[in-house]
Design a protein around this ligand. Structure first.
Ligand SMILES: [Fe+2]
Ligand SMILES: [Fe+2]
Length: 188
């Protein structure tokens, strides 16, 4: 899977900046975890980038329309399974089986929480740590749309402490901050 082809496909079906940035944030975090596990960063990244490819135009068919779109760039069954398994229990009955799929399932909602946390901070991603995200995680009124249950369940599936997951996710989003609309503009 070519990253460029994956990005072109995302842009073809997603015109909302926030959704494109969400795809790129999930891509960055997936790459961070691929690195952590010594796996294929490009492949994990492309799965992350395209995980919501069908969401903007077909929200009611989320993860159902995706296979058809992904086939446009020659995605195979494994790639399609990985993308669609993030909708497990939410919109499809496709269970995350591979570690990569478990990571995607967990960090999709978590990137949303980190994004919301960053938007509240003047320095955005700069200087953020797991402790501040954990605080937001515990406050169910903050970014109420973020499904904490999915994150907790995902951490169990991944067999990793939530704080460790947060640390890897934060670091990945910090390195991609400029590209995902979370740049610290205070310095300029
Ligand atoms: Fe999704
Ligand atoms: Fe998502």
């Amino acid at each position: 899977m070519e990253r460029e082809a994956a990005y072109e496909l995302l842009k073809r079906y997603n015109k909302t900046e926030a959704l494109v940035n969400h795809g790129k944030a999930v891509e960055a975090v997936m790459r961070g975890f691929a690195k952590h596990y010594g796996e294929d960063e490009n492949y994990w990244g492309c799965v992350g980038l395209l995980h919501d490819v069908d969401y903007e135009m077909w929200p009611k068919e989320h993860c159902l329309k995706a296979p058809e779109l992904l086939k446009e760039i020659g995605a195979d069954d494994a790639f399609i399974h990985a993308v669609c398994s993030h909708g497990w229990k939410l919109c499809v009955d496709i269970e995350p089986k591979l570690q990569m799929e478990k990571v995607l399932y967990t960090i999709d909602e978590l990137t949303g929480l980190i994004n919301a946390t960053a938007l509240m901070r003047p320095t955005k991603m700069d200087g953020m740590n797991a402790k501040s995200v954990k605080k937001k995680f515990k406050n169910s009124k903050f970014a109420a749309g973020v499904n904490r249950e999915v994150i907790n369940e995902g951490a169990v599936l991944m067999d990793m402490e939530l704080a460790d997951i947060m640390n890897i996710a934060i670091a990945a989003m910090q390195s991609a901050a400029k590209d995902i609309g979370l740049e610290n503009i205070e310095e300029e």
